[in-house]
Design a protein around this ligand. Structure first.
Ligand code: ADP
Length: 304
């Protein structure tokens, strides 16, 4: 299990992380989603022990990353934004070097190397110099070094950035297959990617966790928007008191009328309509909205 507790990181006057906390349970595949500059890479560098937080702590299976970086890192495979790949080395020479650096035991080395190579589909490229590999193949090589020591946790920073659409599909497929054996945390600013791969999404905006949300629960939730002709405080308390309502937010409609967004576990619009008639609300509009990661994210981004 990964436990991130109240991590803070400043770069001079830039507050990159302002007290970020979350847990990753074994077997999960979790997306760290946020706009560019939100603090995702900083969080990942701290979790993997490559950067010290100014405050807060991270533990991996109970090992504190700052106090015992080596031991904690032995459970992690890390694909950084720019994994250092030595262009003059062949794929095979690079992976052998990484096996040395990881001090893989001689008895297991061949088996682990071939598992990483076949797992990432690099078997036909072993003698190729890294300099001659496409971006997609380099990314596969980055993944191969990350899984070489069979870590329980795979932490991937923007694994598909800079890839073409075919390569993106390929790397996503690879991540899905790796998820059968490892717990995965990856960062992305691409909503569809997170939606396609994850069980859960943690949304970071301006260095803060704005949501930690199961995607299944998100898909199962419903929202309705109620627009009124004029302000009426009784409406808000009646809506909040309705059975099945899990969230109520006050907003303005596009044409500037008072409005409420209601989140619920099922379609609640027929009951709202009945209540509005019974209570004689000055109802202007009642609408059911489907909840997608995009609408959810946009709501958070616009209220940030
Ligand atoms: P993300 O990965 O979500 O794009 P980052 O963690 O890279 O976000 O950056 C968060 C904030 O910290 C940004 O404002 C970025 O400009 C700043 N930042 C990141 N790394 C450094 C650094 N080494 N020096 C100064 N500022 C940095």
């Amino acid at each position: 299990m990964i436990e991130v507790r109240e991590i803070v990181k400043n770069y001079g006057s830039i507050e990159a992380l302002r007290g970020v906390s979350f847990d990753i349970q074994p077997g999960e595949i979790v997306g760290l989603l946020g706009p560019n500059g939100a603090g995702k890479s900083t969080a990942i560098k701290i979790i993997t022990g490559f950067l010290h937080p100014d405050a807060g702590s991270v533990s991996i299976d109970g090992l504190d990353v700052t106090e015992s970086p080596r031991a904690a890192q032995s459970n992690i495979g890390y694909l950084s934004e720019n994994t250092p790949l030595y262009p003059e080395l062949s794929v095979q020479a690079y992976l052998t070097m990484m096996a040395d650096l990881r001090a893989l035991p001689a008895s297991a080395r061949i088996g682990l190397l071939s598992k990483a190579v076949y797992g990432t589909g690099l078997q036909d490229f072993l003698t190729r110099p890294i300099a001659s590999l496409s971006k997609g193949l380099r990314q596969r090589l980055g993944l191969a070094q990350a899984i070489l020591h069979q870590p329980r946790f795979l932490i991937l920073d923007e694994p598909t950035v800079g890839l073409d659409p075919t390569q993106i599909i390929e790397i996503r497929g690879l991540i899905k297959s790796l998820a059968r054996e490892s717990t995965i945390l990856f960062s992305s600013h691409i909503l569809s990617e997170v939606e396609a791969l994850c069980d859960r999404v943690i949304i970071i905006i301006n260095g803060e966790v704005k949501a930690d949300q199961s995607l299944r629960a998100l898909r199962a939730s419903d929202t309705a928007t109620v627009v009124l002709e004029r302000e009426d405080d009784a409406v808000a308390s009646a809506l909040a008191g309705m059975k099945g309502v899990s969230g109520l937010r006050r907003l303005r409609s596009a044409d500037d009328y008072p409005a409420y967004r209601i989140t619920s576990s099922a379609d609640i619009t027929p009951r709202i309509f009945a209540l509005a008639r019974q209570q004689n609300w000055a109802l202007r509009e009642l609408r059911r909205d489907s909840v997608t990661l995009e609408t959810f994210f946009n709501q958070l981004a616009t209220t940030a």
